[in-house]
Design a protein. Sequence first.
Length: 275
Amino acid sequence: MKILFIGDIVGRPGRELLRGSLATIVRHYDLDLVIANAENSANGFGVTKDIGDAILGYGVDVMTSGNHIWDKKEVIPYIAAEPRLIRPANYPTGTPGRGSYVATARDGRAVGVINAMGRVHMPSLDDPFAVVPREVEAIRGKTRVVIVDFHAEATSEKMAMGWHLDGKVTLVVGTHTHVQTADERILHHGTAYLTDAGMTGSHDSVIGMEREPSIARFVTGMPAKLEPATANLRLNGVMVDADPVSGKALAVTRVSFGEQDLAAMATEAAAAVAR
């Protein structure tokens, strides 16, 4: 079973890159399930119903989120009604939405997806190291393949979560920093791990946003309106090959597709159809 996790989608540029390329990627790699972090998809901050529905329409099966999930107030009724958009499971009891979802992959098998948020330099929430194992146990009867998006700032906290869940889930992947790390590996007991998936958006930017206003905020200490940048678009993420019986990862591959990479992939697919 092949699963793609896509790093934080940043604004319209990230969405447009995803819209134009995801079907090609799915065909090229024969993917069974696609998960994407969508918490920055609405102009860089939050997600709306229209945008969430569009992302699902592009071929994403499950959307995860993080600390920006509540930035657009219209998300509250949407997340209550749309189970494929999940928020960190360690929000307090009574928070709208769900912290996990069991999806049906293209091969008909079930895949569990869990979202959690760290507590180092992040909003104070319930203990993710206690909450996530409970979420895993809650869906274990439905599937052994479980993907965890750990939305956290600190590298150490993400690594600790990876080892904490080793052997219990298929993949632990970090989000939030928008900077892809190069430490993908399979841990000792079969869990694939990557500290941060990166982002889908402009890489000639400051974590997806226009450079000049971002620099001005640091130089002057004053507020500045941030807009998603548009240059050098890349789709970052990680693919995992999972054993559907044991839930262990068989292989993990970090991916970073630029527009030229995606165009070449589309040309190759068209040529194969022509043959």
